[in-house]
Design a protein around this ligand. Structure first.
Ligand code: NAD
Ligand code: DAU
Length: 348
């Protein structure tokens, strides 16, 4: 039995990763460490909460003493680190939350991992989950590869870039075994409705305006969250020590094109007249320092480890919309609380 710590497992991507590992690896004991911030939600993982190879631990990666005691108690063979402050807009208003959790929190985990293994790391691994935003913004052409220079533009991106550097530095200096993956925009079930797709699905459903930042021509590369979880599984088991893998959907969309597709699919699923949802589109003030375009070259992951996305964007988006329509209670539980304050500050 291996003891594996997954951080941030009550969040969006983390919940899909925890589910996959708990269900597929009965010989691993999965410890899910999450502070349950506004973005953490145990409702995301109720289906596996009673599994015999699963333990939830509420705790904060910023708390050094707590983290050290947890590692000492469970002697984790591996860490898959997803816990983070993850929303760019929040990093513009509260950058220190990002510096503390994403940079210092990551350092606390690395130090605790070193302390239990005393730099003897046979069969051990620290897997750091990161983002394509560390590479900055692209012009009209080109793709981010694993050797693209870092050029983070938002406080969120800079905090993630710093955490990537710290992980690599511990590998280089102390021989701590690590892999890093940098992924593009995820979408799917259980995403907190501050991010574009779930926010817009909920607004269409409740006939609220769809706030498009700037000219709407910003481009992102979208990946279905379950495909990200599959990639993490593959990299965790087959990735090479000290390597970086880019993960992406080979799937670029301008925000406006994506929003129109979302509107079309929702009109159909809600039985509305074609064009009803699109009437809600409203242009609003742009995000400060808004990155124009992200696009990932995931060829290395595809060639070396045989990973490819399992669904087209149209299929993934349709599944995603269905999930939100079928899980009204999940959305209502989130949007009835402090979310209201956030929404008012951001959009009204
Ligand atoms: P999320 O905001 O949905 O979830 C983050 C989780 O981390 C929450 O459950 C939260 O409670 C927990 N958390 C936050 N601060 C914590 C702390 N101090 N201690 C313990 N737990 C804490 O984020 P997500 O979208 O699921 O992203 C997960 C990871 O993947 C992040 O590291 C993010 O940078 C990275 N990533 C996200 C995307 C994306 O499109 N969402 C793409 C690439 C990479
Ligand atoms: O690229 C990976 C990153 O993708 C992850 O590291 C981040 O954790 C994740 O949040 C995401 O960042 P983005 O800023 O790209 O995602 P977001 O959903 O916030 O915005 C997507 C695009 O939509 C972006 O160009 C901003 C725009 N947007 C977003 C919101 C919330 C709008 O036009 N209106 C909105 O209300």
């Amino acid at each position: 039995m291996k003891n594996i710590l997954i951080t941030g497992g009550a969040g969006f991507i983390g919940s899909h990763v925890v589910r996959l590992f708990v269900n597929n690896y009965p010989n691993y004991h999965i410890y899910n460490l999450d502070a349950l911030t506004y973005a953490g939600n145990l409702e995301n993982i109720t289906d596996i909460s009673e599994a015999s190879n699963y333990t939830f631990v509420k705790g904060n990666i910023k708390d050094i003493d707590f983290i050290n005691a947890l590692f000492k108690k469970h002697q984790f063979d591996a860490v898959i680190h997803l816990a983070a402050e993850s929303h760019v807009d929040r990093s513009i208003t509260n950058p220190n939350d990002f510096i503390e959790t994403n940079m210092l929190g990551t350092a606390n985990l690395l130090n605790a991992f070193r302390a239990i293994w005393q730099d003897n790391y046979e069969d051990k691994l620290f897997y750091h989950v990161s983002t394509d935003e560390v590479y900055g913004s692209l012009g009209k052409t080109g793709l981010f590869t694993e050797t693209t220079s870092y050029d983070p533009q938002s406080p969120y991106a800079a905090s993630k870039a710093s955490s990537d550097h710290i992980v690599r530095a511990y590998g280089n200096t102390y021989g701590l075994p690590f892999v890093i993956s940098n992924c593009s925009n995820n979408y799917g079930a259980n995403q907190f409705p501050e991010k574009l797709i779930p926010l817009f699905i909920n607004n269409i459903k409740t006939s609220k305006s769809l706030p498009v930042y700037g000219d709407g021509q910003y481009t992102r590369d979208w990946l279905f969250v379950e495909d990200h979880a599959t990639a993490i599984d593959l990299i965790f088991h087959k990735g090479k020590n000290e390597e970086t893998y880019n993960i992406g959907g080979f799937n670029e969309w301008t925000n406006l094109d994506l929003i129109h597709l979302l509107c079309e699919q929702l009109d159909e699923k809600l039985g509305q007249e074609k064009g009803t949802a699109a009437k809600l589109i409203t242009y609003v003030k742009d995000r400060a320092g808004h990155d124009r375009r992200y696009a990932i070259d995931a060829t290395k992951l595809s060639n070396e480890l045989g990973w490819n996305p399992s669904v087209t964007f149209e299929q993934g988006l349709s599944k995603t919309i269905d999930w939100y329509l079928e899980n009204e209670a999940w959305m209502n539980n989130i949007t009835s609380g402090s979310y209201k304050e956030y929404y008012k500050k951001m959009y009204e």
